[in-house]
Design a protein around this ligand. Sequence first.
Ligand SMILES: *Cc1c(COP(=O)(O)O)cnc(C)c1O
Length: 221
Amino acid sequence: MNSIEENLKEIQNTIPEKVTLVAVSKTKPVSDLMEAYQAGQRVFGENKIQEMTQKWEELPKDIIWHMIGHVQTNKVKYMAPYVDTIHAVDSLKLLKEINKQAAKNDRIINCFLQIKIAKEDSKFGLSETDAIALLNSEEIKSLANVKIKGLMGMATFTDNTEQIIKEFKKIQSLYNQLTVDNPEFKILSIGMSGDYKLAIDCGSTMVRIGSSIFGARNYSH
Ligand SMILES: *Cc1c(COP(=O)(O)O)cnc(C)c1O
């Protein structure tokens, strides 16, 4: 097996310079994150707030932390002091809480709206119509401590390339439509280990890659 550093270099070499790599380090020990850090990686993604906060406490403070998992409103306060970007915003209620906690910490937190593109029911996210309605709502204008900077989506977990491309094209088209009126909209967060090349072909500007960097995850402990 290749080292974390070799994996990172290999991925960095295959993605265009304008695409940001989020190293998804969920379930991995801080020693693995440190290895990636020493290889130059600064943007890390986690999906559990408690785990991310523990790692934030232990690791160098110039790491840029992205919360990529589903967020419960009552836990936003734990990451508000340091989180850079929250990928899976799917309601006005959550956005308001992020704004409130960001304000308490005198910060601005970047947010992406999660769009439901997969066929599976289990995936969270907004429909296109609900995302547009949310962005056009009066209430959103008063939220001074959040910046909605783009969209995030997860394709169906399948070998069917056509299906994945269809889903990525759907979110790409919504993204292109929204950038017209929204100069702050700059990021399309699509693509994981199995599908990031397809995602880049569909306009991804940010890929979230875990297992191809750190190896397969072991959830048994
Ligand atoms: C775990 C996870 C990833 C990374 O998945 P890999 O297949 O290991 O690259 C990306 N995005 C989200 C939202 C995740 O939860």
